[in-house]
Design a protein around this ligand. Sequence first.
Ligand SMILES: [Zn+2]
Length: 311
Amino acid sequence: MPARLPAMNKTLTLFILCTLACEISSAQENFDSVKVVPQKLSDHLYFLTGSGGNIGVLVGPDGTVMVDDQFAPLSNRINGAIKTIDPGDIRFVINTHLHGDHSGGNENFTHMGSTVIAQDNVRKRMSSSSTNPQTKEVTPPRDKAAWPVVTFPGTMSVHLNDEDIELIHLDPAHTDGDVAIWFKTANVFHLGDMFVTYGYPYIDYGSGGSINGFISSLDKLLAMMDDKTRIIPGHGPLCTKADVQKFRDSLADIRDQTLAALKKGKATSEVGSLPIASKYDATWGGGFIKGKDFVFQVAENLKASLPPSKK
Ligand SMILES: [Zn+2]
């Protein structure tokens, strides 16, 4: 889910602003009633739901590793829930990407003594201001305590509690700083917002996201999975490789149809009004992005990479 808004048409920008405002205000109003619930995946591995992105937690004698930390007002509750699993210190917090529903607790966990790890571009974006090209709204940098202190460009490994954790950055996907977290011994992935179950996935083009990179990243990740792999989505219940495959195939179908329409010379606004996504509305239409808007944004993103004769 977004913390910064991408370039898109005015109506859609307003729609998402309203959706976000409602989500944030209702989330703030409801934080008191949010329950942080741990679910056990193995002796050492759990995932926690609350409000915001799913949290992965590895515990054991070497200390605790946490993947994503939801919104700041929930930090004490999240910390409390993790301590009921294991009293050890939270040594590392890994961010799957920069958005505030996944990294909003960074400041608090840094102050508690955790070390925040993320891909290079997460630190770059958190430490600088950005301007929305449509609304000209300026988002200031995050508080310095939120910035990851250990960053890496491609891959990185963390070895704790008899688990080998691989942090994998692939192509620009949901943003340009996404990391998939692979708990290799447990055969579990946390995919952040490269895989969600709430509907059409949000692609933050303003933060370097890309439809082609989204699909190529999923292809590379699927090649690392088997039928027993369990997948923690950025948002939603525990899933399987087959779920990720279906998600990837649906995106590729929408991308291919959109590209074909653009190559016929249609304008992005015309492509957006074609029924390209209609067969996915039954499963994805209930989310905060509507099919036609999703297709329009995909068309805008693809158009930028077409040769000049096709634009
Ligand atoms: Zn996100």
